[in-house]
Write a protein that binds this ligand. Structure first.
Ligand SMILES: Cc1ncc(COP(=O)(O)O)c(C=O)c1O
Length: 355
């Protein structure tokens, strides 16, 4: 007899990308930033570690909220800091979706959304993307109409596609909330500050951001959401009282204060993304136009899993991904994180030998 809730017994659970514990790997599999965080972040963590760890952190993360609000030209009550975007997505699911309600998300994209819906006892539907990663609006409309929550990564993972505001507004469920998961938003050629939130539709849109990627803080677990206070008000009731710890908050504040550091690294990554795209194309891969810190590459001859294994034998980790297609065909390919130019050089040399 299982002691688990049936919903928990039934699900497989989300499996994150491999995190080898030993060094020596060229790690291009989980979209981390290859550059270190601002030195001011390290100094802030050290200072916080020597301050008052015996007391609870500020439950409202006041300073962090102020800084994040300035980035989006909103008041601090629009901001909800969290232990990474994944925690914010959990808070959103628990705040807005009742068991048995429906959640929709584009497919292929971030599979965690399915797992979060399943844990909540909700159902999910996939908004199948066209082969060129565009939307089939007619097919999506009835699914969206019946959904309480629509979750959309923009730019998308694994394709790196960034959809237009027009595409995004068509995804707003008439009786629900649209979540724009902008984990990779800072890597866009033309990053924005949530202008969509200022429209009428914006009252039912939540943007989630993370410091894991552009701010090089995946190990710290810090993110935030931006939404009208009428939405944030409910989310505040659901979050743990002290969901962000003292050291994460110190790191997060210092990182947001040093915008130039983040922007310089994002610019380097955009530059390397172009070089990586060109090198893979020369090797015969089809590479999607990416606005994120990774690219999605497929080869006309397939063999993606084999290429992944051969790279792994050389201590180079990329992400092999396989998705069921609309007509039962499988879509598979390689998602490659933009590393340093040295790492990408090693990767491309290995690819030359393999393909
Ligand atoms: C689309 C998307 N959203 C959210 C996350 C998770 O972000 P965080 O590290 O802030 O939990 C990821 C991580 O890879 C992601 O790809």
């Amino acid at each position: 007899m299982s002691l688990f809730r049936p919903d928990i017994e039934r699900i497989a659970g989300y499996v994150p990308g491999e995190q080898p514990r030993e060094t020596g790997w060229v790690k291009l599999n989980t979209n981390e930033n290859p550059y270190p965080p601002s030195p001011k972040v390290v100094a802030a963590i050290e200072a916080a570690a020597h301050a008052r760890l015996n007391v609870y952190p500020d439950p409202l993360s006041t300073r962090f909220r102020q800084l994040a609000a300035e980035l989006f030209n909103v008041e601090p009550d629009w901001i909800l800091p969290a232990n990474g975007s994944d925690e914010n997505l959990t808070i959103i699911m628990r705040t807005f979706v009742d068991p048995k309600e429906q959640v929709a998300y584009p497919y292929p994209s971030y599979i965690l959304y399915e797992t979060l819906a399943e844990i909540q006892g909700a159902s999910w539907v996939r908004l199948q993307l066209n082969a060129d990663w565009s939307w089939n609006r007619d097919a999506c409309r009835p699914l969206i109409e019946n959904s309480k929550l629509v979750l959309v990564p923009n730019p998308n993972s694994p394709s790196g596609t960034r959809w237009s505001d027009d595409d995004i507004l068509a995804l707003l469920p008439p009786n629900g909330v649209l979540v724009l998961d902008e984990a990779y938003g800072d890597f866009c050629d033309d990053p924005h500050s949530g202008e969509l939130l200022q429209s009428d539709a914006g009252k039912r849109i939540i943007i989630t951001r993370t410091l894991s990627k552009s701010y090089s803080l995946a190990g710290i677990r810090m993110g935030f959401s931006v939404a009208h206070p009428d939405l944030t008000r409910g989310m505040l009731k659901v979050k743990d009282s002290y969901n962000c710890n003292t050291l994460s908050l110190a790191a997060g504040v210092a990182a947001l204060e040093d915008q130039q550091w983040m922007k310089d690294n994002a610019a380097r990554i955009r530059q390397s993304r172009s070089t990586l795209t060109a090198s893979l194309s020369e090797l015969g891969f089809e590479v999607e136009t990416s606005q994120a810190n990774f690219v999605w590459a497929t080869h006309p001859e397939g063999r993606h899993q084999q290429i992944f294994e051969e790279l792994k034998n050389r201590k180079i980790l990329v992400r092999y991904m396989r998705f069921a297609g609309a007509d039962e065909n499988e879509i598979d390919g390689l998602r490659i994180t933009v590393g340093t130019d040295d790492e990408l050089g090693t990767f491309i040399n290995a690819m030359r030998e393999i393909v």
